[in-house]
Ligand binder design. Structure first.
Ligand SMILES: Cc1cc2nc3c(=O)[nH]c(=O)nc-3n(C[C@H](O)[C@H](O)[C@H](O)COP(=O)(O)OP(=O)(O)OC[C@H]3O[C@@H](n4cnc5c(N)ncnc54)[C@H](O)[C@@H]3O)c2cc1C
Length: 325
């Protein structure tokens, strides 16, 4: 886990910063950096939302002896290595990772204040809880006592008293009755297993991005339209023209144009932004070649040198015994 400072001054200004400039601010703060939290952060950071993941304490995956049933690793992967890889991946995607324990979340003038055990406090426009077993840090937000409930945790060596979301308050999309507050993964009631946890985290991450875009005036069809990686070589139409026409075709069905203009975001600006973002997603064959190579190097950083050497030697001497690995 990186020890990156919580100072967000190196990042583009966030909306939370605009409302309160004296605190370090993020568009999204994610509590918990296990599979669920990393999946949320992957989508929010890639969509340009300034994202911080606060993760302190062991992922419940650390209690698993070996991860065998997650797709992508033919013979499974050690849980430590898996967590190292996903945290490295979200950092590359732009998330700030910090190993502090969230002790309280408050809400002031539509901005969340997230306090940590080290006495730090950051502002966030949205908070996503992925802490799996406990959300007692949300107690300051539960003014009428309907958000949370106590429960007895099973299989827990350090005391059983925990706090969770009250039954039925978290929607499938991860939204809670408090605007801007979300829950994802087992904490949101989707069940265990890493693929399920990460899958729900991805869904909630995309929901957060779409909600943020809707606030900026994007309509449903385009709010959810991001993070694809099409090749530039596909077909020979002009992508720019194609997307502009597609968006314009959808527009009359999607919304009342006056509404968008009244929302301080003229339709034409949004269309320009969407077209520009869409074009940025296209990658040339040359870029794909570079990406493939870079991806292999990145993956190799996480493999044991001894194993890499053995695999390399075996290529030259096919009779070398793999049992020596
Ligand atoms: C014994 C055991 C075996 C398992 N075996 C498998 C298996 O074989 N295959 C499989 O797919 N799944 C397995 N699982 C399930 C898997 O571990 C979970 O589905 C998955 O870890 C859930 O991911 P998560 O990110 O929601 O929670 P977690 O992985 O628990 O991550 C939550 C993170 O939030 C942090 N956190 C909590 N509170 C705070 C706070 N206040 N501030 C900051 N950080 C906080 C925690 O320290 C943790 O790092 C197993 C689980 C256990 C217990």
């Amino acid at each position: 886990m990186s020890k990156e400072n919580l100072d967000s001054s190196n990042y583009e200004s966030t909306r939370a910063e605009r409302s309160s400039s004296d605190k370090r601010s993020f568009d999204v703060v994610i509590v918990g950096g296990g599979p669920t939290g990393c999946a949320v952060g992957m989508f929010t950071a890639r969509a340009g939302l300034v994202t911080c993941i606060l993760d302190r304490g062991p992922s419940s995956l650390k209690h698993c002896a070996f991860l065998e049933n997650y797709l992508g690793y033919p013979a499974g992967i050690s849980t430590d290595r898996y967590l190292e890889i996903i945290q490295n991946q979200v950092e590359r995607a732009g998330c700030v990772l910090n190993s502090q324990l969230v002790t309280a979340v408050r809400s002031e003038s539509n901005v969340f204040e997230v306090e940590t055990n080290e006495g730090n406090c950051v502002n966030a426009e949205r908070v996503v809880c992925t802490s799996k077993a406990d959300v007692s840090f949300l107690e300051p937000l539960d003014r009428d006592g309907t958000l949370l409930e106590p429960y007895e945790a099973r299989f827990c060596p350090h005391g059983h008293e925990r706090t969770r979301f009250a039954s039925g308050v978290v929607e499938d999309s991860g939204k809670t009755p408090i605007g801007g507050l979300y829950a994802a993964g087992p904490l949101a009631g989707v069940g265990d297993q890493v693929q399920i946890s990460a899958g729900h985290g991805a869904m909630v991450g995309r929901q957060v991005v779409a909600d943020s875009r809707r606030e900026d005036g994007y309509w449903d069809d385009v709010a959810k339209w991001f993070d694809w990686c099409p090749p530039k070589s596909r077909g020979n139409y002009s992508p720019s023209q194609h997307w502009r026409e597609t968006i314009l075709e959808e527009l009359p069905k999607a919304l009342d144009e006056d509404e968008l203009v009244a929302n301080d975001h003229p339709v034409s600006d949004i269309i320009d932004d969407v077209v520009a973002d869409t074009l940025e997603m296209y990658v040339s064959l040359e870029q794909v070649k570079k990406m493939k190579r870079e991806a292999q190097y990145q993956l190799a950083q996480h493999l044991d040198t001894e194993v890499l050497r053995t695999v390399y030697d075996e290529r030259i001497e096919p009779d070398a015994a793999p049992s020596s690995i």
